[in-house]
Design a protein around this ligand. Structure first.
Ligand code: NI
Length: 176
């Protein structure tokens, strides 16, 4: 297993649209393991392959307090959505930024598991929000893009300032 480097917003690679996985083979299983390890180490509750610069439809999520209930979504598809939810969201690709985003309150998704078998999941609450956030990553969308242009400009300005304050790679917080 290995920790993967997480792309930081506004890296343009976060805007690539991920491709479907043809087959859950050893390469995809290794990607899932590495993504899970990277998510737990960060620490985060969800990670999309896009964020580690692999543009395939793979998501890992664990919203449990005990951090031992890994969920894997390969080629996730929205079957149904209903209701509304608003959570203060953060993202491993946009460290230090937390903003409220409007989402569906319930979502039904169909996906393949780590074993390559299809399954359907009905989710609500934080899990539903997390699935929507991660599925957006696969479409090349970062949650800050739901915010007003003014808020996005402020976030970009703050990121630029942080970069100026910590010049050189040794001054940066390294996720690897
Ligand atoms: Ni994210």
């Amino acid at each position: 297993m290995a920790l993967l480097h997480i792309l930081r917003y506004p890296d343009p690679r976060l805007h690539k649209v991920a491709e479907r996985v043809d087959r859950v083979d050893d390469r995809i299983r290794k990607l899932i393991k590495d993504m899970a390890e990277t998510m737990y180490a960060a620490p985060g509750i969800g990670l999309a392959a896009t964020q580690v610069d692999v543009h395939q439809r793979v998501i890992v999520i664990d919203v449990s307090e005990t951090r031992d209930q890994l969920r894997v979504f390969v080629n996730p598809e929205r079957v149904a959505i209903s209701g509304e939810a608003e959570w203060e969201e953060g993202c491993l690709s946009v460290p230090g930024v937390f903003e409220k985003v409007q989402r569906a309150g319930k979502i039904t998704v169909r996906a393949l598991g780590a074993d390559g078998e299809p399954y359907t999941l009905e989710a609500e609450g934080l899990l539903a929000v997390c699935i929507q956030h991660e599925m957006d990553h696969l479409e090349g969308k970062v949650f800050v893009e739901y915010l007003s242009r003014l808020k996005q400009q402020r976030i970009l300005a703050r990121i630029k300032k942080q970069e100026r304050q910590t010049p050189g790679p040794e001054g940066r917080r390294v996720v690897l």
